[in-house]
Design a protein. Structure first.
Length: 464
């Protein structure tokens, strides 16, 4: 593919320095963080502007090949796999924070801006961008928007779509559209439609994000339990009492051991589960919430509740959860991080079922969870050099997602559908619902050029 007409056209229009076509370099782009499936692209382009993105899409159209947008590649569901080859549009060079407008409480960013970069830029301003996925240090704003990412603070502040005011995007024919950022009740909420589209409706090239005022005060607690059931019961009691923490994160014994070995936070290795809870808001009421949460933890069987008394202690408590996934590499050479959601009251049940499913398929599973909103992230450990282990891990993953559906939940809360969960769409939606989604997708991208093979199985790209 190095000297193909497609590559030649892309180099002529975008510059050779912005086009990758050597087979050894293309191998880097054959998967994302969902490493069990791989597809090598024909070529990768690294545009620096919306105009260059549009030009790349038009050239792909002339050569009748698909286009796949990609950010940092932290997707956990195969959302940026180049199925069928084609052109991967790598957006990481579009990494400018164009504007921070505190008066209008918004910022304008390009899609390749890492989430953490925006957080650092806003530090000290009195405002922040609320979505903070666990991959915050690496994932980009464009990727957050494409998958409608969540994170620990989803419980109180909502997912990415709640913080996007407007979008600029390139459609499948190379045209450029702008949606928002001014709210207009007279028009359809196409911005909300685009968020979570996983690059199938358009390639996001600019985002207007909502800035949230920093809370007046914070409190953080860490509760240690002998069992997962006790931790799950605590979560339900806190929410039932009308308390909405900023975040309420759960880690089970397996993940605690890895975190302790890696970072030494002082966790007792015989603990069955740990809850890390954060509340924020006006100082006058936050102490009452903190006292009630501590009471609920102890009444549910917590053997220890640590309350942070300084900003440094609070940061340390929070850091232990943020670094949990980074420690998993100590447990296994390969892993899949699943993403399901169930009603909060079903959390203890689904955690028990996850353990049973792991035993059934002989796959070790450790758990982290955004417990406050019922979002579970079972981490399935295996060795991808052993195909039999891979098959068992995939079978276990499917079974635990089926359990989430049976509990009245969903197979994704924040990772998206990608290729990993596309077969579940027919389980969750009726044929008429799926047809409506197909019509919507066709309205944005009639020939199915953008990110084919994602989200909708029945969306055939016969024109490509």
């Amino acid at each position: 593919m190095t000297h193909s007409p497609l590559v030649a056209d892309l180099r002529a229009r975008l510059g050779a320095e912005n086009v990758i076509s050597a087979p050894s370099e293309l191998a880097v782009y054959d998967c994302d963080a969902y490493t069990v499936e791989r597809h090598r692209p024909d070529v990768v382009v690294l545009p620096r502007s919306t105009v260059q993105v549009a030009e790349a899409v038009k050239i792909a159209g002339r050569h009748n090949v698909p286009v796949v947008p990609r950010g940092a590649g932290t997707s956990l569901a195969g959302g940026c796999l180049p199925i069928g080859g084609g052109v991967v549009v790598m957006l990481t060079r579009m990494n400018r924070i164009v504007e921070v407008n505190l008066h209008d409480r918004m910022a304008v960013v390009e899609p390749g801006v890492p989430n953490i970069q925006l957080a650092k830029r806003l530090a000290g301003t009195g405002y922040h961008f609320a979505p903070d996925p666990s991959s915050q240090d690496a994932s980009t704003i464009g990727g957050n928007v494409a998958t409608n990412a969540g994170g620990p603070h989803t419980l109180k502040y909502g997912v990415t779509v709640n913080h996007v005011l407007g979008i600029e995007a390139v459609l499948g024919d190379g045209s450029i559209i702008r949606l928002g950022p001014v709210e207009n009740p007279a028009e359809l909420d196409l911005t909300g439609v685009m968020v979570g589209g996983e690059g199938t409706l358009g390639i996001i090239t600019k985002v207007w994000v909502r800035l949230t005022p920093d809370p007046q005060d914070y409190r953080a607690m860490r509760a240690i339990f002998n069992t997962l059931d006790e931790a799950g019961e605590t979560v339900s009691r806190i929410i039932a009492a009308g308390i909405i923490p900023a975040a309420m994160e759960l880690m089970d014994q397996g993940i605690l051991a890895a975190v302790e070995e890696a970072f030494g936070f002082g966790f007792p290795l015989d603990a069955g589960a740990v809850l890390v809870i954060k509340v924020d808001g006006p100082t006058a009421g936050i102490e009452i919430q903190q006292r009630r949460i501590v009471e609920f933890c102890k009444e549910s069987g917590a053997r220890e509740v640590l309350e942070a008394t300084t900003p440094q202690q609070r940061e340390t408590l929070w850091k232990c959860r943020k670094q949990a996934v980074a420690a998993v590499g100590r447990l296994s050479p390969s892993y899949i991080i699943q993403d399901g959601v169930v009603p909060r009251t079903r959390l203890p049940h689904v955690l028990r079922r996850i353990a049973e499913i792991g035993t059934k398929h002989q796959i070790r599973i450790v758990n982290v969870a955004h417990a406050g909103d019922g979002n579970v992230h079972p981490i399935l450990l295996f060795d991808d050099r052993d195909r039999e282990q891979v098959d068992r891990a995939l079978a276990a993953g499917r079974e635990l997602l089926e359990e989430c559906i049976r509990c009245g939940g969903s197979v994704t809360a924040e990772h998206g559908i990608g290729v990993e969960k596309i077969d579940f769409m027919e389980r969750m939606f009726s044929k008429s619902d799926l047809q409506a989604m197909t019509y919507l997708r066709e309205a944005f991208d009639p020939v199915g050029r953008l990110n084919p093979g994602k989200l909708l199985r029945n969306f055939a790209n016969t024109s490509i």
